[in-house]
Structure formats: C-alpha cells, structure tokens
Ligand binder design. Structure first.
Ligand code: GLA
Length: 390
C-alpha cells in the first residue's frame, strides 16, 4: 500500500499544537508551506545550465509562527527521527561544528540571504511530510518554507525567482552543498497539475500539463542513503566543469555530441563518460517534455529508462537498491518507465504507470526489493504559499 500523505490542515494543526506547547499557550499568527519535489527527468543537468523536468509534491514543509515579543529568534522542529521536539535559539551564537548540515543551518542560511532587512525576531515551529534525506528535496522545501515565512513577517519584493536563488545560496553557504537551482526553483514556482520544464541557463520555465487521471506518478523510497552522496556530488560538478573547459565551452549545455566525440582523445575515460551523460540527458529532457505534452507516455517512459541507465553506467550515481527498484517496476505490464530521481546513491525512484496497475506494481516491487521500500502516489502540486490559519 502507498503511504498516506498528510493533508495541509493536519500538518498545520500539528505544528500549531506544538507551538502552543512550546511557547506557553501563545498561538501562531502565520502559516506557510513549501513542497518537496520529484524530478521526472533531467538529472545532474541543472548545474550544467541544462534542462530539468521536476514537479512539486503534495509532501510539504509547514512553518507556523509569530513575531517574537522580545526580539529573540527561536525555532522548534519535530521530526519523526527525534523523540522530542528540538528547540534552537538562533539569536544565540552557534555551538559546535559548522560542517554538519543540520536543519538549523538551513534556517540560518535563509535568514542570512533574505532579501529584505532587517529580519525581525520570530518564534516558529516546523513540521514536514517530506521524508528527510530521501532525495525529495526536504532541505529545499525547508529553505523555501522559511523564506516564505519571512516574507509574511517582513515582505520583500515578492520576486519568486530571486527567492529561489537566495535559498540556493543558503544551501551553498550554510550547508556546504553546491547544489543546482532545480529544487529551490520548483519548490518556489511549482504549478498545480503541471511539471516544469526549467531552462537552468535562462531560468525560464514552461509548465507541462500532467493531470491525466489515467496515469500516475509513483515514488518509491529505497529507504537507503549511502554516505557517498554529498562528496560525490561535488566531484561530479568538478568533472563536468573540467569537461566543459576541455571542450572550450562555458558549460556542457553549449556542447554537442559531435563536439564531445571530436575531443574524445583529450578527455580521460571518466570525464568523457560524465560529459556524455550530461549532453545526452539535456537532449532527452527536451524530448521527454514534448512527449509528455502529447500524452506519448510510452516514449516518455523509454526516455526515463535511458536516463536511469545513463546515470547508472556513465554518471555512476545509482546504487544497487535503486537499480533493483527500477528493474522490478519495469517488469510490470502497464509501467511506462522508471528511474532514480535526485542526486543518487540512495533515495527514491520515480515511476510513470497506468493508474489501473498501481496496486499490482507496489506489490510486485515490494516482493522483489531486498529492503523495505515505502511508496507515495503523487500529483503535481503548487509551489510555496501562505496558508490561512483558522
Ligand atoms: C540534487 C541537487 C539538484 C540537482 C540534483 C541532480 O537534488 O540539489 O540541484 O543537481 O541533485 O539532478
């Protein structure tokens, strides 16, 4: 069975009760949410100025809170992994190491990069239905949710692209992750019923309708996360920059397969394979968006599988758990395509399939997978927004 997705009302009510407990019966005045994302295709292309095709999820981070009475800034989070809510006073100097990308660093980063000053003190509670570290951008949704919260306290100019860029900066400077723009972009600008074809060079996005009741987007969480994920991400970025420099391009977006083959002798085998993935994946993403628009699901699914194979063999960011999930899903009649999604080395797969075969597919994957997967049946949702408090 797919896991239930808590409603916004449930999350807001959970966060509000926690707020009342933690802050002596005060009630929150502000509520906001920002979604996690799943990327349908276009992996490891964003930091190469290429195309990506993600959609915002109904899995969200919710922040409720109020301006603080004494100017302090206190944030509380309740996580499924902790026994007790964690309370951090951000007005106090930070204790301990700066290197661990714990949730409070993301909040600090967002405050640091917020585009209107001064940022007033506040009390806030965070709850989230985005699985932590599961490759569905729990961190981007936290950043964008906090930014949206600050917009209610001290409005900026409301520019959503600038907001996404500020949140990306927060991740770079305060979590030490040199991520691309995809996750923050779709969390801030996602559109209900649509995936977004984002051009990561011009930073423009075209919404691609995805609301056919006959097809379903199934997310399967492998529930594994290998420690290589963050160090290898940085290595891949550097390999792509090296490849672009050798090809005489400012990014791999500007390179063609012909350019790559023409310079093959100048590239070592690993750099060649990394570049080959990126150049082909950028092309695949444009084709896939067109196929989706035309309802050509078979073709879309085929491109998803090609993407997965390339991430496994050329880019080498998959792992045996993700490969197993993809192979198992592809054995079911009515599944159009399946692939790893996000940075890799664990996390989730995304599968496009006929609505009529969802239950059978979940059962089949559960039987085949050697670990304990969890499943979400999702639809493209809206980006970050303020919520009414009743
Ligand atoms: C992570 C990063 C994104 C993107 C993906 C890979 O999710 O945060 O910017 O690079 O990996 O496509």
């Amino acid at each position: 069975m797919a896991s239930p997705i808590p409603s916004l009302a449930q999350l807001v009510s959970e966060a509000s009760s926690l707020y009342k407990n933690m802050f002596a019966d005060d009630t929150p005045q502000i509520a906001v949410c920002a979604p996690g994302r799943v990327n349908l295709i276009g992996e490891h292309t964003d930091y190469n100025n290429g195309y990506v095709l993600p959609m915002a999820l109904p899995l969200v981070t919710v922040v409720v809170g109020s301006p603080s009475i004494n100017g302090d800034t206190v944030v509380v989070t309740a996580s499924e992994h902790a026994d007790e809510p964690r309370r951090v006073d951000l007005s106090l100097p930070k204790e301990g190491s700066t290197s661990s990308p714990c949730w409070a660093n993301y909040v600090r980063g967002v405050i640091h990069h917020y585009r209107a000053r001064p940022v007033p003190g506040f009390r806030a509670v965070v709850v989230s239905s985005v699985p932590l570290g599961g490759g569905l951008s729990s961190s981007a949704s936290l950043e964008v949710a906090f930014y949206t919260f600050l917009q209610q306290l001290r409005p900026d100019d409301g520019d959503k692209l600038a907001k996404a860029l500020a949140c990306q900066q927060a991740e770079h400077t305060h979590a030490g992750v040199p991520c691309g723009i995809m996750d923050q972009f779709v969390s801030a600008l996602g559109t209900e019923g649509h995936a977004l074809l984002i051009d990561c060079r011009s930073l423009e996005a075209i919404p691609v309708p995805l609301a056919d009741p006959q097809v379903v987007i199934l997310i399967t969480n492998s529930n594994v996360k290998h420690s290589l994920a963050s160090s290898e991400y940085t290595v891949r970025r550097r390999q792509c920059e090296d490849a672009a420099a050798i090809l005489g391009k400012s990014s791999l977006r500007d390179a063609t397969m012909k350019d790559l083959e023409g310079s093959r002798a100048k590239l070592d085998d690993v750099t060649y394979r990394r570049a080959r993935h990126v150049i082909a994946e950028i092309n695949r993403t444009v084709k896939a968006a067109e196929a989706l628009k035309n309802g050509a699901y078979q073709e879309f699914g085929q491109l998803m599988v090609e993407s997965h194979n390339s991430l496994r063999d050329l880019y080498e960011v998959s792992c045996k758990e993700l490969d197993e999930l993809v192979s198992a899903a592809m054995e079911v009649d009515g599944v159009f395509g399946s692939r790893m999604t996000g940075g890799g080395f664990g996390g989730c797969t995304v599968t496009l399939l006929k609505a009529t075969v969802v239950d059978g597919t979940i059962q089949h994957v559960q039987e085949r997978y050697h670990g304990s997967p969890t499943f979400f049946v999702t639809t493209p949702s809206a980006g970050a927004r303020a919520l009414q408090l009743s």
